[in-house]
Design a protein around this ligand. Sequence first.
Ligand SMILES: Cc1cc2nc3c(=O)[nH]c(=O)nc-3n(C[C@H](O)[C@H](O)[C@H](O)COP(=O)(O)OP(=O)(O)OC[C@H]3O[C@@H](n4cnc5c(N)ncnc54)[C@H](O)[C@@H]3O)c2cc1C
Length: 525
Amino acid sequence: MSRSPHTRVLVAGGGPVGMLLAAELGWYGVDTVVLEAADATGDLPKAGTLHARTAQSLARRGYLAVDPGPAETPATAATTEMFHFAGIPALAITAPAGEPRSVLKRAQADLEREFEARARERGVTVLRGHTVTAVRQEPDRVEVAALGPDGPRTFSADYLVGADGARSTVRTQVGFAADTSPATVSAMMGQVRFLEPDLMPQGWHRTPRGWTVARVGPDGQGLIRTLDCSGPHPDRNAPLTLDELRRETSRLVGHDVPMSEPRSLTRFGDFTRLVRGFREDRVLLVGDAAHVHFPVGGQGLSSGLLDALNLGWKLAHTLRGTAGEDLLDSYDAERRPVAQRIIDNTRAQLVLMHPAPALDPLRNLVTEVLALEQGSRHIGDMISGQETVHPPRSARPSPREGTFLPNLRLSTDAGDTDVSTLLRDGRPLLLLFGEAGAGYAAQARGWAHVLRTVPVTVPPPRQTQAQTQTQAQAQARWQAQDIAAVLVRPDGYLAWASDGDALAETLPLWFGAPRWSSEPSRKAF
Ligand SMILES: Cc1cc2nc3c(=O)[nH]c(=O)nc-3n(C[C@H](O)[C@H](O)[C@H](O)COP(=O)(O)OP(=O)(O)OC[C@H]3O[C@@H](n4cnc5c(N)ncnc54)[C@H](O)[C@@H]3O)c2cc1C
């Protein structure tokens, strides 16, 4: 068995989440190896939606700005896109001005390829065709066995991240405890050619027997998903045949729907799993390895990518010795409640999707709530991740600690900029607002090796036609409020604000002990 040189981080699984984490670690110069079972990215249709907070976070780390398509160009006004909740097409999801559009359409496979390319460019070793088979933790390292194209190989690393999907070998090998609930519904999916396209209802279609969700092109090529709420698949792993998909589709819509040319046929259900801790010593889980739920509302990919963005900088600082003792534990404290919330909302959606007429009054009530601006805002912020506020870590936290800093326009000595642009280099930011903020620079001097300190002013709101009142209000609020300085984490959340604890007491929680002799470095550290 061949043995590979020790590395700082091994990422098991190079799906979209593992590849994004690898790209982040590569950015920070962390020696990283990805072990991915597949020889190439598969084109099985999976997720196609990026929700608002994920798009905002990717933009802050420079993943959406490199090749901006029209939909990715930061909007000068708030954007609202219509989405659905439990198939009710009345959910308005709004993102603030200065951010990517509130719902972005991106194929999962394209994202995975893009993140892999970034990871490789940044020096990450990506070993495709390598399946992780065994994991063993030692006090000072993790040992991993994998089967590669040339036979068995062993690897060792300071940390192992399991990004190996719902059936994670890392999770089972390490023995992560999890809360699960069995499947209650049966769903099918496949790409087919509809021989009589007009017979297949387009989009979300509710029937007395269940649901179909179809996208049919003019040539009849399309994607069909079915949902039967009467019970789980008797055998979830039995291969799905075209004949069975056709029979199920026809039964649900109430007439025969002929189809041919099957591809990527699969069964799925609403089995849920949430591990009880995202970290076991030197092993961490991200994405589907840590949490799975019914894929309704397009939240699986978006939340996994946010796991990667939350963990990347924390691992990098921990490995460099520029993190507080328990910074890595904050990954679990911040991301597990979000995963629980998604599991809960997908289960609520499935209840609402049950075709029983007895549920019609409940569906009607939810439809009424979605029609209210407040109702749509509440549920839209939940589905899009924009409601996320991390638990504070300071003893006497500012009410702003843990919130996501809006993409404010800022004036600096070097010219006008914004929060998103300043975060692109991946360093934590200390923003000093005007004269009141200047005094905080002295408190932060011992952390010059990690922080980027930027004196700023918030320019007055521009009341142009392109700007909504909401953006002007956000800008004005930050201008008027009594905040002299904020500490912004590399992922855009506030670690501290000047109406909380003293900065010098909070900084060690995040970035360890001060270093008085260090000179500020140019790159991320
Ligand atoms: C049919 C279907 C439809 C979906 N629809 C949506 C949707 O509309 N919207 C949405 O947001 N989400 C959807 N999802 C969920 C979404 O695809 C997942 O949340 C997303 O793929 C999670 O990414 P990941 O990187 O965590 O895991 P994965 O994408 O599963 O990637 C895991 C990677 O690990 C590799 N791997 C596995 N085991 C090993 C091993 N032992 N060693 C090495 N490598 C290994 C795999 O080859 C794979 O590349 C859907 C999922 C399915 C199955």
